[in-house]
Ligand binder design. Sequence first.
Ligand SMILES: CCCCCCC/C=C/C(=O)SCCNC(=O)CCNC(=O)[C@H](O)C(C)(C)COP(=O)(O)OP(=O)(O)OC[C@H]1O[C@@H](n2cnc3c(N)ncnc32)[C@H](O)[C@@H]1OP(=O)(O)O
Ligand SMILES: NC(=O)C1=CN([C@@H]2O[C@H](COP(=O)(O)OP(=O)(O)OC[C@H]3O[C@@H](n4cnc5c(N)ncnc54)[C@H](OP(=O)(O)O)[C@@H]3O)[C@@H](O)[C@H]2O)C=CC1
Length: 297
Amino acid sequence: MNQGMLREGALQGKTIIVTGGGTGLGKSMSRYFLQLGANVTICSRRQNVLDEAAKELMDETGRSDGSGQVLALACDVRNPQEIENVIAETVNRFGRIDGLLNNSAGNFISPTERLSYKAFDVIVDIVLRGTYYFTLAVGKHWIENQIKGTVLNISTTYAQTGSGYVVPSAVAKGGALIMTKSLAAEWGKYGIRLNAIAPGPFPTKGAWDRLFPEPLMKLMDPTSRIPLKRVGEHQELANLAAYLLSDFSGFVTGECITIDGGEVLMAGEFNHLEQVSSEMWDVIEQTIKQANRASKS
Ligand SMILES: CCCCCCC/C=C/C(=O)SCCNC(=O)CCNC(=O)[C@H](O)C(C)(C)COP(=O)(O)OP(=O)(O)OC[C@H]1O[C@@H](n2cnc3c(N)ncnc32)[C@H](O)[C@@H]1OP(=O)(O)O
Ligand SMILES: NC(=O)C1=CN([C@@H]2O[C@H](COP(=O)(O)OP(=O)(O)OC[C@H]3O[C@@H](n4cnc5c(N)ncnc54)[C@H](OP(=O)(O)O)[C@@H]3O)[C@@H](O)[C@H]2O)C=CC1
């Protein structure tokens, strides 16, 4: 599904900050917000990557009515001063902030016992600390200025189930998800909403290089465990993100919506039986029926 879901101008008049908006899923979601008329500040550590992305996005989506503009600002989400600068510069340029998309992340697969303290810290600091620093800074701004803003956090399905080999990421995404729900309860009185999305596999260079490096890629087909037998399309995620940042979701808060083609359902005890052939099912059926009969005699 490569089609946008919301009507033209659905985000007109809104300004959204997207962390990690210069690459991968952050860039795809930013593109759709711009198409819907929002102004978007993209931020991450590498100014050159952001500048290139901003140019590409404006070339693709550029509007002449003053809406749908991009601001590209370098910011390490682990640094509160740099976050406050993004907020000040965004208000300065666009006049307001309506939405925050916490999308920046770091991750790599590794047996946990091979990790150094620093390796653990580097992931938790980007994903958990970065998310709560940015949310706190924008939340304070909204409360002081009586703005009913919306936060959307990009989570993972294993934030709820846990997962080996990505333990720092699971710890950090799990913490950020609990923060989403906790603050949704606490800040609801200010009209501030917080939600999360848990995506399954959506191909990006950032994720694939670190989660499916060679020689693993040859061994693993990421679609094999997915009931719908495919990976996600960026527009499918962008549609959900735009909805959750728009006024159409005004009564939705504290939710985490999974978009994974059913991958998490494969934890079900017997789902691996999809490998059993029709002929083998004939034999199994007869064997079970025989056991049923035997238990009655
Ligand atoms: C694909 C299927 C979908 C399933 C769901 C997936 C859910 C989540 C996905 C994601 O989050 S994908 C996003 C991936 N994108 C990124 O990670 C982009 C940003 N990443 C980075 O900037 C870097 O990769 C990093 C995470 C900051 C690490 O970079 P770098 O190695 O340059 O940092 P350093 O500060 O030099 O090193 C820190 C520390 O970490 C150790 N380390 C690094 N890689 C490994 C590894 N593969 N195994 C073990 N340890 C590693 C490194 O040695 C350093 O520790 P010390 O040696 O100094 O103690
Ligand atoms: N792709 C997938 O299948 C899935 C992705 N996700 C989540 O989606 C989000 C986007 O991932 P994806 O697009 O795949 O990967 P990318 O690697 O493209 O995105 C990660 C972004 O985070 C930015 N970033 C990293 N560290 C920092 C930092 N310290 N401060 C600010 N920005 C930082 C990077 O930019 P820079 O290096 O310039 O700082 C980059 O733009 C992440 O939250 C990820 O966990 C979740 C499930 C599945």
